[in-house]
Design a binder for this molecule. Structure first.
Ligand SMILES: [Fe+2]
Ligand SMILES: [Fe+2]
Length: 458
């Protein structure tokens, strides 16, 4: 069919639904994606469908079936009789239909729990394969949510910015090129509409430009701590919005690496723990970004102090700092430091699951990087394990925690303490807590820390 014909083509759907509400939702969705072009023929049972097709062979684009305990024999017969159609099975129990998935003309399983988006994805797929006519609707997943801090970091805007008005309804609120002022945002903050959207197709160019800007900053001498903190926060919030929905693309990998390079350049070859801790006390704004920045920096300063001062080690620790909490959305989740803290918290079961699994989730994201040192995902996966074996998610015995992970955990302990008690001095902290680090790699590191002073490495 020519593209002009296909744009006008009607969509013929033969359907078999037990559940009326699912049938109504399906009709509504089809009408949304093929407005005014759907011919919907509902049938009541597999046997009725088989009899009807036998007597009046029907041509249809789609065969859609929602039937809780189907006879697979009747279903296979109907599918064979309608082998020219695309077959969708809508179900809450996909396992019932597994036997059909190895067939040549295997049906597409649409799970009711994720109905609208999986139906859309399946329709889009078959329309791209030209097995059904093209869709008229816009991709509901084309709009990527970004939070207000990310938006602040994008000004002057390199893309149009939208606000969501209702299901799948977006209105452009700021145009490309706009220099965003706080007064622009006031009415959104007042009405608690602080989630904005950008189009995925447009964000790629924004990400590429941001990576380039960060790389240029990394090359410049003498970037001030304030400018760097701002750049780090804006890159970090952007990555936290984009990566969970788009994965680590080449552009987002470049942003993360450039941001780490910029941070390490500012840190220098001999990072001083006391200077970093002083800096940490002045931190404000997005907690997750500030915490990630500081954990990386403190880990590098500790590494330098104990003589693990190669640039490769600094890069691993800086990148682990950047990535270790990127799947965390809420500040209060990022503030949970130990399993005991999470157990005595008011979080729901789902929130606790997110908290406990974030090291695994973030390590998975880090594996999407090309050419990333392998230690990085180990540090991330282990960053909430504890020397006493009471960490999460694995309760790994202290002696099994890797050297760089142990160092990173100790850096995070110190950062956590300073966030909670700004008067903390790092040497006092390590002396007071030396006892709990007397295992495996922790023991080696704490001994080296306590046997050196900051002046000795100057
Ligand atoms: Fe963290
Ligand atoms: Fe964490």
């Amino acid at each position: 069919m020519t593209s002009l014909d296909s744009e006008k083509a009607r969509v013929r759907v033969i359907s078999l639904f037990q559940n009326e509400s699912i049938q109504a939702r399906t009709k509504k969705e089809l009408e949304k994606h093929f407005p005014g072009r759907v011919d919907f023929l509902p049938l009541k049972s597999l046997q009725e469908a088989i009899d009807r097709i036998e007597q009046h062979p029907e041509k249809a684009d789609l065969l859609m079936i929602e039937h809780e305990s189907p006879s697979l024999i009747l279903l296979k017969t109907l599918m064979e009789m309608m082998s020219q159609s695309v077959h969708f099975i809508i179900t809450n129990q996909p396992a019932l239909f597994e036997a059909l998935l190895t067939r040549e003309n295997a049906p597409e399983i649409i799970e009711i729990s994720n109905f609208e988006s999986s139906l859309y994805r399946a329709l889009k797929k078959y329309s791209l394969l030209m097995k059904i006519p093209p869709l008229d609707s816009e991709d509901p997943e084309e709009y990527l949510p970004i939070n207000i801090d990310t938006l602040r970091g994008l000004s002057p805007l390199q893309t149009d910015v939208y606000s969501k008005l209702g299901q799948d309804r977006f209105v452009c609120v700021f145009r490309t090129g706009h220099l965003l002022e706080e007064t622009d945002l006031a009415k959104f903050i007042l009405s608690k509409r602080t989630e904005f959207h950008v189009k995925k197709s447009e964000i790629k160019a924004v990400l590429a430009k941001r990576a380039q800007e960060l790389e240029e900053s990394a090359q410049k001498p003498g970037v001030s701590p304030e400018v760097m903190q701002k750049a780090f926060t804006s890159a970090h919030t952007l990555i936290r919005d984009v990566v969970p929905r788009m994965g680590f693309t080449a552009e987002t990998q470049n942003i993360a690496k450039s941001c780490v390079n910029m941070t390490l350049k500012a840190l220098g070859a001999k990072p001083k723990l006391s200077a970093i801790i002083d800096d940490l006390k002045k931190k404000e704004g997005d907690y997750i970004a500030a915490h990630s920045h500081m954990v990386g920096n403190v880990a590098c300063a500790l590494a330098h102090r104990i003589g693990w001062n190669s640039s490769a080690t600094f890069f691993k620790l800086g990148l682990a700092g950047f990535l270790h909490d990127i799947s965390v959305v809420k500040e209060e989740h990022a503030r949970v430091h130990t399993l005991i803290e999470s157990e005595s918290s008011p979080f729901t079961k789902d929130e606790l699951k997110l908290i406990r699994l974030h090291p695994v989730q973030c390590a998975e994201y880090s594996k999407q990087f090309s050419e990333i040192p392998s230690d990085v995902d180990i540090i991330i996966a282990q960053h909430h394990e504890r020397p006493d074996g009471e960490g999460f998610p694995r309760k790994l015995a202290g002696k099994l925690i890797s050297p760089l992970s142990a160092l990173f955990i100790m850096a995070q302990d110190l950062v956590h303490e300073v966030f909670e008690h700004p008067e903390t001095l790092s040497d006092d902290f390590f002396r007071a807590n030396a006892e709990k680090y007397q295992v495996g790699q922790f023991k080696k590191i704490i001994t080296l820390i306590l046997n050196t002073t900051e002046e000795s490495d100057a």
